[in-house]
Design a protein around this ligand. Structure first.
Ligand code: CDP
Length: 221
């Protein structure tokens, strides 16, 4: 039986992390926030005094990364998001993080992974794919509230500028640019509460699971 993988992609602060966590609870699957991997590589490269534009230096950090390093609260900061998107442009870094993500996705029973390239590069065969988005203004508002709640003083305008810059960099890069997979279901959360977004995601995944079960049944015969 192929693992039931749910791929959740989308831009910064679109709600994909929350949606992924809810889907994990609902379907009883482990969840990997792949953004944390890039955040860790960015933060650790900088801490080591490395050059973020040096693909080989950042890839060496990526190759040495361990799951235990992903719990660091420093990875949740505004600065870490920016560092992440800078190291994420390097194909070598992405290659170094590939096996970890594929192993996670390959767990018996399946998994939920959220990121930018899960449905396109990491798990192109995932039976359920969502592309979660919202307008830049709404995303900036959500991220601003989140950062303020974490005690990080920052203005809304700066957060909006961060989001626009990150969208541009993540979408324009050559290595696994952020894009909706052709078979991903679009979920625009601009006008939705968390509950509504989670509910819409659940319905999309239930339908995908029914199709997956039917196809598994057929291929198993
Ligand atoms: O939480 P937020 O959406 O702000 O960002 P994140 O998911 O933690 O990702 C931080 C950065 O890592 C993104 O802006 C991307 O540049 C990069 N990333 C990526 O390239 N591929 C992924 N699968 C996940 C994140």
């Amino acid at each position: 039986m192929t693992p039931f993988v749910i791929a959740v992609d989308g831009p910064a602060a679109s709600g994909k992390g929350t949606v992924a966590a809810r889907l994990g609870d609902l379907f009883g699957l482990p969840v990997l926030d792949t953004g944390l991997l890039y955040r860790a590589v960015g933060v650790l490269t900088e801490r080591a005094g490395g050059d973020l534009d040096d693909a080989a230096a950042a890839a060496a950090v990526a190759a040495g990364l361990s799951a235990a390093q992903l719990g660091d609260p420093a990875l949740r900061t505004r600065a870490a998001g920016e560092l992440a998107s800078r190291v994420a442009v390097h194909q070598q870094v992405r290659d170094a993080l590939l096996a970890f993500q594929r192993d996670f996705a390959g767990q018996p029973g399946g998994a939920v992974l959220d990121g930018r390239d899960i449905g396109t590069v990491i798990c192109p065969g995932a039976p359920a794919k969502l592309y979660v988005t919202a307008t830049p203004e709404v995303r900036a508002e959500r991220r601003w509230k989140q950062l303020s709640g974490q005690g990080e003083p920052v203005g809304y305008a700066d957060v909006l500028a961060d989001i626009r810059r990150r969208d541009e960099r993540d979408g324009a890069r050559d290595a696994a640019p952020m894009t909706q997979a052709p078979d991903a279901e679009l979920l625009d959360t601009t006008e939705m509460t968390i509950e509504q977004a989670a509910d819409a995601a659940r319905r999309i995944v239930e339908a995908a699971r029914a199709r997956w079960q039917a196809s598994e049944g057929t291929s198993g015969r």
